[in-house]
Design a protein around this ligand. Structure first.
Ligand code: NAD
Ligand code: MG
Length: 300
């Protein structure tokens, strides 16, 4: 990295903007903490500047404690939205940093820990958000789990089930519960992956869920258009988040992470949040049913 990134508006060489591999090995057990990553990811804490694009909106972000979800939470708050975040109880330390950042932006922050693999919790999460924020205009389904396995024979039925519950069933449960609350102008944004089109052989269950999320989002967009609600999906390439060193990749792959995309480095969460802002804001009024890659040049 040449100099620390002060803002995202100054012209600079994207290849040199952030760290490149090799990275140190850094095993953590899932879901892990962003606070313990080396180097620390950039979620926009010091660089994201808001312009009032989401003034008065009420947003729920799953997985809002760390990584892409944290960057989206910071951006949404600085754009004027009140923000509820969901995460797992073991991630409280990361979550509290995000609560503080939302409040420093002058917005209301609501922290609702709990496991999305549970249908009843998903329903409650929507109801609690609506109660705490006084409504819901933006649902960002971003939480996800990823566990690499070299061979199909190492994938237990429990793992397969948990990956589908957290990545796909939760999306169904959350969007179904949210639907009656979403007024025309509201937006749903889901998080797919480059794995939907270029599935990694060591992420058999995960890659399959990410293809399902893309199809689900496109189909839901058709239905929701009739209600004036837009639905889009973001498909990240390699992003520097704790998902990877906490069992999402082997430590050997973590060391080289992002090195083989055309820009030669992984993306930082702060570099994908602006797309989630656009898709949520009225500037994105004609954008629905899309799956948008952000991959550092890797063909989607
Ligand atoms: P991350 O680990 O920082 O965020 C994932 C979050 O999911 C966790 O913070 C956790 O709160 C949440 N989560 C996982 N299981 C849960 C459960 N059962 N209940 C509640 N919450 C749960 O990593 P990230 O990379 O920011 O991941 C965000 C999304 O981006 C995920 O859907 C991931 O699949 C997707 N994605 C990431 C990459 C990448 O390279 N980092 C690439 C493509 C897609
Ligand atoms: Mg986390």
């Amino acid at each position: 990295m040449s100099e620390p990134v002060k803002n995202q508006y100054e012209m600079r060489d994207p290849r040199e903007q952030y760290p490149k591999p090799p990275f140190p090995q850094q095993p953590q057990s899932a879901p892990g903490l962003a606070a313990e990553m080396v180097p620390r990811p950039d979620h926009g804490e010091t660089s994201y500047q808001g312009f009032g694009r989401l003034k008065g909106r009420k947003a729920l972000i799953t997985g809002g404690d760390s990584g892409i979800g944290r960057a989206v939470a910071i951006a949404y708050a600085r754009e004027g939205a009140d923000v509820a975040i969901n995460y797992l109880p073991s991630e409280e330390r990361d979550a509290q940093e995000v609560v503080k950042l939302i409040e420093e932006a002058g917005q209301k922050a609501v922290a609702i820990p709990g496991d999305l693999k549970d249908e009843a919790f998903c329903t409650q999460l929507i109801e609690r958000t609506v109660e705490a924020l006084g409504g819901l205009d933006i649902l960002v389904s971003n939480a996800g789990r990823q566990t690499y396995r070299e061979s199909i024979e190492e994938i237990t039925t429990a793992q397969f089930d948990e990956t589908f519950k957290a990545n796909v069933y939760a999306l169904f449960w959350l969007t179904r519960a949210a639907t009656p609350h979403l007024k025309p102008g509201s937006a749903i944004i889901t998080t797919s992956s480059i794995n939907a089109h270029q599935p990694s052989e060591t992420l058999l269950d995960y890659a399959t869920t990410k293809a399902a999320i893309a199809a689900y989002s496109e189909a839901l967009a058709g239905q929701m258009a009739k209600r004036g609600v837009r639905v889009n999906s973001v498909a990240p390439g390699p992003f520097w988040t704790v998902l990877q060193p906490s069992g999402g990749q082997s430590q050997e792959k973590v060391q080289k992470f992002g090195g083989d995309v055309p820009l030669g480095r992984p993306g930082q969460p702060a570099e994908i949040a602006p797309l989630y802002v656009l898709l949520a804001s009225q500037e994105g009024s004609y954008m629905t049913g899309g799956v948008f890659p952000v991959t550092g040049g890797e063909i989607f």
